[in-house]
Design a protein around this ligand. Structure first.
Ligand SMILES: Nc1ncnc2c1ncn2[C@@H]1O[C@H](COP(=O)(O)OP(=O)(O)OP(=O)(O)O)[C@@H](O)[C@H]1O
Ligand SMILES: [Mg+2]
Length: 174
């Protein structure tokens, strides 16, 4: 388990960059009144097909070529944290369209890690690929904050690498 949720978010965000996303949207919603914390990470990368996704979730599988054993930790660790803290974990994905990961947890649960340094996570993701539009939406008890690393830089909608190759425009689908 990571001791900061921002490190879980970094790992899941790196999955999106590895999947060729050009838009990565991270949403963090905290609500003290209802006692929940929700983290959503969506991308427009190459996605996973309907056979691969359940296999990855069932076996904590990894497709990283660098792995000696094909075990991945990013999704498994966030799932473990969210389920241990009274929440739910869900991944949806469509091939060629993108992936969305949602993790909820009880905000006041004794085992819930702190959010940690979200700014450092966003900075690391931007540094890892400066051309990707890294977006952060935070909502804490009604107060909202939005950041986009590419805001004002492009007038065109951002497109997936595959779409750029094919010359078609694709938005965030997952
Ligand atoms: N956003 C995504 N788009 C496409 N495939 C994904 C995405 N996220 C995860 N995957 C697939 O799921 C696998 C498991 O992801 P996970 O983060 O659990 O482990 P990993 O990235 O392989 O390794 P680790 O996170 O431990 O470095 C990845 O290897 C990849 O095949
Ligand atoms: Mg990973």
């Amino acid at each position: 388990m990571f001791d900061q949720l921002s490190l879980n978010i970094l790992d899941i965000g790196m999955n999106s960059l590895a999947a060729g996303a050009t838009v990565l949207r991270i949403t963090v919603i905290e609500n003290a009144e209802h006692d929940w914390l929700v983290i959503r990470i969506r991308d427009n990368g190459h996605g996973m097909d309907q056979k691969t996704l359940p296999e990855i979730l069932a076996r904590n599988a990894s497709t990283k070529a660098s792995r000696k054993k094909p075990i991945g930790l990013g999704l498994a660790l966030l799932r473990q944290t969210s389920e241990m803290c009274g929440g739910a974990f869900h991944v949806h994905s469509a091939l060629g369209e993108g992936t969305g990961v949602t993790a909820s947890m009880r905000a006041s649960h004794v085992d819930r890690p702190p959010l940690g340094d979200l700014n450092a996570t966003i900075f690391a993701l931007c540094a890892a690929n400066p051309t990707v539009d890294i977006q952060l939406n935070c909502e804490s008890n009604g107060e909202k904050f939005h950041f986009s690393s590419q805001e004002g830089k492009y007038n065109e909608p951002r497109r997936t690498q595959e779409a750029q190759r094919q010359g078609t425009a694709t938005g965030l689908a997952a």
